[in-house]
Design a protein around this ligand. Structure first.
Ligand code: SF4
Ligand code: SF4
Ligand code: SF4
Length: 384
């Protein structure tokens, strides 16, 4: 319906339509998308889908999504859509239309009808317009029926909102309908949740799953992966402003590249025997960081990071900690790609890469305002 309004308002049937296929869609959603593509041949139709990750595998590792921990939205929806937008428009600012409505949820009620603040939009180069933001259900249906617009068949089955079939935000009615209309998927999901509940030490897994307590889960209690987000360091006794950070794997080029947002990464300026790398401040070209692979009792792998020529060493070490956390805990949720307006960050099976030729050193990927703790996994895997 939003597409219909945008096409009519702009008198342009050739707008770009992006179907974010989370891999958790109702069968009727994919059928509807296909019908839309067939009956709107002038529309530029793209499918955004993350085939590099498997939803169940990630659930095994970091736990199923919960109401306050919807990691899959970034990994399977916003991230793949960002990639399509980047491939079409690079770092240009674009106007997108969303079909969200104020009355849908408490969190949505706090959005604005037109949103372009970097703090609020999920994909940074977007200005988001939501033309039906204030519309009520009855108004939506009157418009759809009066204009004869096709719609997702899931509404005919009784769903009042159509998203992912196993979303922790789904209400009891949607869960009930899914047990009827997709019994195999619903059964497999319940069985996964029961197994997960046992693994994290719940004494009564059936109650935990069937009363919906799993949806209120917070953090990574009981998960081995929670170990990756804790930043462990010791202060170097031999040098001022130097910390030795535990790494979960050995010092490598991926770790060094994580320091690109600070400025120019210059291995040639470091002491070769120590494999030291120097980082020059992006504005002043003065050395501000020294990185060095290190051996530390109690850590299998470690890096020593020394800060220099700055007024606030603690602030710089805080941001260093954020990058160490990314290196140790990244689960490729793609949030970093969505945050970077310059399109400098790419995350693939080869790892986390920041293109030094594209990075404009805005440091958005290291600001708590956009990425608390430097990595979403801090929130999803933190333990009490
Ligand atoms: S809608 Fe729900 S299940 Fe789907 S990606 Fe978002 S949080 Fe995950
Ligand atoms: S967000 Fe800013 S600092 Fe981070 S990689 Fe992108 S351009 Fe560089
Ligand atoms: S570093 Fe963290 S926030 Fe960034 S993509 Fe990886 S998991 Fe997501």
């Amino acid at each position: 319906m939003t597409a219909d309004l945008a096409i009519k308002a702009l008198s342009n049937p050739s707008l770009v339509h992006i179907f974010g296929d989370t891999t958790l869609e109702f069968p009727s959603t994919s059928e509807y998308a296909e019908r839309y593509r067939l009956f709107h041949p002038e529309a530029i139709f793209q499918i955004a889908r993350n085939d590099d990750q498997n939803f169940y595998d990630v659930c095994d590792d970091i736990g199923p999504p919960a109401r306050m921990m919807r990691w899959c939205c970034s990994m399977f929806k916003t991230g793949p859509i960002t990639r399509i937008i980047n491939s079409l428009y690079g770092s240009e600012q674009i106007l997108t239309f969303y079909g969200i409505r104020k009355s849908e949820s408490v969190s949505r009620s706090k959005y604005n009808r037109i949103e372009d603040s970097a703090d609020a939009v999920k994909i940074k180069q977007q200005t988001v317009a939501s033309p039906i933001f204030f519309w009520k259900d009855i108004e939506i249906w009157l418009y759809i029926l009066a204009e004869g617009i096709d719609f997702n068949n899931a509404y005919r089955l009784g769903y009042d909102r159509v998203g992912c079939w196993c979303c922790p935000n789904n209400n009891i009615r949607a869960q009930f309908l899914s047990r009827i209309y997709m019994p195999e998927k619903a059964k497999a999901w319940r069985s996964f949740l029961l197994d997960f509940a046992s693994r994290i030490g719940k004494l009564d897994p059936e109650v935990y799953v069937d009363t919906g307590k799993w949806k209120a889960r917070q953090g990574g209690n009981g998960l081995p992966s929670a170990n990756d987000v804790k930043i462990r360091f010791t202060n170097c006794t031999a040098e001022d402003h130097a910390k030795i950070y535990r790494l979960v794997r050995s010092f490598d080029d991926e770790l060094v590249g994580m320091f690109t947002p600070f400025g120019r990464v210059a291995p040639e300026l470091g002491k070769k025997l120590l494999k030291e790398v120097i980082v020059l401040d992006s504005r002043t070209n003065v050395p501000i960081l020294s990185l060095q692979p290190f051996f530390q009792d109690g850590y299998d792998y470690a890096v020593k990071v020394r800060t220099m020529n700055v007024a606030d060493h603690d602030d710089l070490q805080r941001m260093v900690g954020y990058q160490i956390r990314k290196f140790n805990a990244c689960r490729k949720c793609l949030k970093c790609e969505s945050i970077c307006r310059a399109g400098a960050i790419s995350i693939s099976s080869a790892g986390y890469y920041i293109d030094p030729d594209k990075c404009v050193h805005c440091k958005a990927c290291m600001k708590a305002k956009y990425l608390d703790g430097g990595c979403t996994m801090d929130k999803y895997l933190r333990t009490k």
